[in-house]
Design a protein around this ligand. Sequence first.
Ligand code: SF4
Ligand code: FES
Length: 296
Amino acid sequence: MSTQTPKQTDESSETDAETEVPSKGDERRDEKRRRAAEERARRQAEEAEKAAADEETVELKVFRYDPEIEGKQEPRFDTFHVPFTKGMTVLDALMYSRDTYDSSLTFRHSCRQAVCGSDAMFVNGGQKLACKTQISELEEPIRVEPLPHADVEKDLVVDLEHFYDQMEAVEPYFQTNEYPDGELEEQRQTRENREKIKMSTRCIWCSACMSSCNIAAGDNEYLGPAAINKAYRFAMDDREGEEIKQKRLEIIEQEHGVWRCQTQFSCTEVCPKDIPLTEHIQELKREAVKNNLKFW
Ligand code: SF4
Ligand code: FES
């Protein structure tokens, strides 16, 4: 028994040495190593993702039509394979196709940030702004066509003359014959009134709503959702005054005005600026009814 005692003492002191608590300096070094390893792993994953994306291509089927060039007058679809990059939009893919494969491919664009409204198209069966539509969110092959219900001039470019005429018909600019008293040089709007018309002011004249509307497709004289929204923007602006509001209501009450809307919501669904178009049309209908009520 007595010969085993020193051995037991040795084992217990070895165990104490193994479980020795690490110093603060060791802990910091371990933490640093752990963070460096994590950062290396993150970079490697990013590079692998980028390499995989670089190898990926997307298939675009683009509507082509050129009435002025012999042999191209028959509408057709051309297929383009475009190298995919993270964040690529339909507009990016079209620009790549034009710059790389066929410089005659024609489409409108300008701001590339959903502000100018010039690149509304029919992408995979829906009206969209090409610069706002991510390739990664679309099913392949991606079908790109000009806006429906408008005459095609060339490839993806449609004639917007009729759309602009309808916008013009509602006199889309501020008018008033009532001025505030006093020395104020500007006509201030209340916060509440600004809030009321806020969404209606966001229209970028892209005509996606008009293209999606069945009523506009069947009635060429229908003002259409964008023009009615524009009328709403000014009719609901308190600074214009009652007299001008009456004039605006007369315009939207006409045979091809608000009453043609059948609340199908297609315009609201496609509007890239999320304007509640159908709601605005309904509100103008209520205004028109109130305007025509007579009390004896
Ligand atoms: S209301 Fe919306 S969809 Fe219609 S023209 Fe304006 S921004 Fe485009
Ligand atoms: S390019 Fe201007 S809205 Fe798309």
